[in-house]
Design a protein. Structure first.
Length: 98
């Protein structure tokens, strides 16, 4: 399993190869926060946690305890596991301002 998060001109692209692909457009993102989290306590483990269209809390992670939490306009949250959470959050913020 491989998690690939790309900050693209049209939004944040999430690929959990080979299983799934998702794009979150910037106009759906209300807040971006890099933070430490507990994959087991907060999301029940690693991998894809939650169902994009139904869950209030989603997580895409493969290891570690750092990530970027996206709060969407409808109140749902998406946690993106990342070994470079600060850099990822900054890149998303910069694209949202562009």
């Amino acid at each position: 399993m491989k998690l690939i998060v790309e900050v693209r001109p049209d939004g944040v692209s999430i690929r959990f190869y080979p299983l799934t692909r998702r794009l979150i457009p910037y106009d759906q993102i209300a807040q971006v926060t890099p933070r430490e989290y507990s994959p087991i306590k907060e999301y029940g483990g690693w991998g894809i946690r939650g169902i994009p269209s139904k869950s209030q809390k989603m997580a895409y992670n493969v290891s570690g305890k750092e990530g970027v939490e996206l709060v969407l306009g409808d109140g749902r949250t998406v946690m993106l596991g990342s070994q470079k959470a600060q850099e990822l959050a900054l890149a998303i913020d910069l694209q949202m301002q562009a």
